[in-house]
Design a protein around this ligand. Sequence first.
Ligand code: KIV
Ligand code: NA
Length: 265
Amino acid sequence: VDRITSATLRAMKRRREPIVSLTCYDAAFCHLLEQAGVDVLLVGDSLGMVLQGQPSTVAVSLEHMVYHTACVSRVGKRALVLADMPFLSYATAERALQAAERLMAEGGAGMVKLEGGAAVLQTVGLLTRFGVPVCGHLGLLPQSVHQIGGYRYQGRDDAGAARIRADALALQEAGASLLVLECVPAELAAALSAELEIPVIGIGAGSGTDGQVLVLHDMLGLTPGRSPRFSRNFMADADSVSQAVAAYVAEVRSRAFPGPEQTLA
Ligand code: KIV
Ligand code: NA
């Protein structure tokens, strides 16, 4: 089977075939998620919270990201391995090139993701000019949690929505080939997905995007305490982890997930 690339994802968008993504941090889950047909394995810096017990993604280092990306890509065969660029690893052009080099050459990533709009446009242009496929990330930016002061929905007023739209168009123009929209109103996410040529993968962004992503441990009910309202515990109605992941894949493909309970209008 051929590897999924940005071209595959763009063709899926044109066919209106939902893109299925989950976070993945190791070889065991890479096997299981690929078996279930997940298209994009996101080695997210959410591993700081999920695996390391950190309060945010800020403590995650490039070293950590390279390690987990390699754990996934070593055994992956079909899915696109999308690796997060960690906090401040893309704050200068030099750091960004170095980080992308390590994530792709050592980690085996097929694409890298970085958070933000206007601030990262030059970097996105630089990376894509040198052959690094880039995924943008707008809406809630977890790496900026100390600045935002919490994890909450973004783009709920006209000015906020307009800023996200302008950033999204500029990222596409700069060369990004994919966009993650996190915690934005469903209406805004659907409108942007229709307007952009590049695929949009949503998390807490309603069912009108070109694809969905969740944090694996949230959807398996393994996150202690309260999971985000936009997530769902797929283990609640499943007999095995494989069955839970298969249910998620099927519900994203049929657009049954996210439903009204997981959606902010
Ligand atoms: O790190 C992560 O898991 C992410 C998703 C929430 C999109 O960036
Ligand atoms: Na992330």
